[in-house]
Design a binder for this molecule. Structure first.
Ligand SMILES: *Cc1c(COP(=O)(O)O)cnc(C)c1O
Length: 369
């Protein structure tokens, strides 16, 4: 039996028809960039996240970069972020001219607020907190640290759209939240797409300007920036998929519940506190024999991923100058393995994954503090 890590084909007849209908509508009205679907999507996600404003952009990377620019982050500033994330997080900071400072993570793979507190210097301007694996990070602790130290807080919610934490949704934390809607993400377009959420009208105006070459009133450029607007087609697709989002999240959560029941004691499993609802962008297990387990699963038709084999500060682009302390992250990154969790998995496929991991035998690593 084959178990793919992801299946991005649109196979369900109903979804296919709805997406093709969206494409037809865009072809008919001809506003190909921005347009009515973009306006509708911005209203929809702002309301869903409990924010005043949403600004759609071309990718999650755009969202992070424009967000940091809108917070006036630039050369000479330090931004504290996690050491374990997709490299876009660090790149967005570096591209503003600021220096990323890498904090350690906790056993749940999210940024460790204590490590953040220890990393603050006179140059620190902001914290960029990533909701890694689809779990919102410890936002109350981070908000406390930010307000006690006069720092701004920005959320990278790329992996966690739809997740909840103490009654707040992903996208509602910090001054600005950046989201990716690339095809791998839980709330996904059929191509590159991203969005930003905020409550301040000034921040909103600046984001709108930054996403189109720093222009205001069509033509006047007030600061250099990039073109990061969203295609009408991606907005139309996201609007259609928004209707199915609750069921996508429910299926992922059901898959995770099944795994967690059956895999406990065999490998390290993700945990979820009662004040959190995770969306399982990835279901990341930990194993003391990670590479052997990965090969064993591969031999039994199960595709897995190590996200990410290199911490951001270990990447060639950053390793010579990387600032920060990330000793637990270094240990954990040797143990992590993402197994298939997507909403198209059948019960047979899930059972196959479980039984192959059982066959492999227990390899749960020791507890971490
Ligand atoms: C996917 C992702 C991004 C980048 O989003 P793109 O849409 O691929 O540019 C940024 N941060 C995190 C945590 C991500 O998972």
């Amino acid at each position: 039996m084959k178990v793919p890590f992801l299946d991005l084909r649109v196979t369900e007849a109903d979804e296919r028809e709805r997406l093709l209908g969206a494409f037809e509508r865009v072809l008919s009205h001809g506003c190909l960039v921005m347009g009515p679907e973009v306006d509708a999507l911005e209203r929809t996600i702002a309301e869903y996240c409990g924010r005043k404003y949403a600004v759609t952009v071309g990718s999650g990377t755009d969202a992070l970069y424009f967000g940091l620019r809108a917070l006036s982050i630039g050369p000479g500033d330090e931004v504290i972020t996690t050491s374990l994330s997709w490299i876009a997080t660090a790149n967005a900071i570096a591209l503003t001219g600021a220096t990323p400072v890498f904090a350690d993570i906790r056993a749940d793979l999210n940024i460790d607020p204590q490590s953040v507190a220890k990393s603050i210097t006179r140059k620190t301007k902001a914290i960029l907190a990533v909701d890694y694996t689809g779990k919102i990070c410890d936002m109350s602790a981070l908000q406390d640290i930010a307000s006690q130290n006069g720092l701004m807080l920005m959320e990278d919610g790329s992996q966690a759209f739809g997740a909840e934490y103490r009654g707040g949704r992903c996208g509602s934390f910090g001054t600005i939240s950046g989201i990716s809607h690339n095809p791998m993400k839980v709330f996904a377009a059929c191509g590159e797409a991203g969005s930003l959420l905020c409550d301040s009208s000034e921040v909103y105006e600046r984001l709108v300007s930054l996403r189109y070459n720093g222009t205001v009133n069509q033509e006047t450029c007030i600061e250099p920036s990039l073109n990061g607007r969203m295609d009408a087609l991606q907005a139309a697709i996201l609007l259609e998929r928004f209707k199915g989002l609750p069921s996508v999240i429910e299926r992922r959560r059901n898959n995770a519940r099944m795994y967690s029941e059956k895999l406990r004691g065999f490998v390290g499993i993700p945990t979820e506190d009662s004040h959190q609802t995770d969306v399982y962008y990835t279901y990341t297990i930990r194993s003391s024999k990670r590479n052997e387990l990965k090969a064993y699963l591969e031999n039994h038709g199960i595709e897995t991923k190590v996200q990410h084999p290199l911490l951001m500060p270990q990447q060639p682009a950053y390793r010579d100058s990387a600032k920060g302390d990330f000793s637990l992250a270094k240990r954990l990154v040797e143990q992590v393995l993402c197994i298939p969790i997507h909403e198209k998995l059948t019960l047979q496929q899930l059972s196959h994954v479980v039984s192959v991991i059982h066959q492999f035998g227990p390899s749960e690593p020791g507890k971490v503090e």
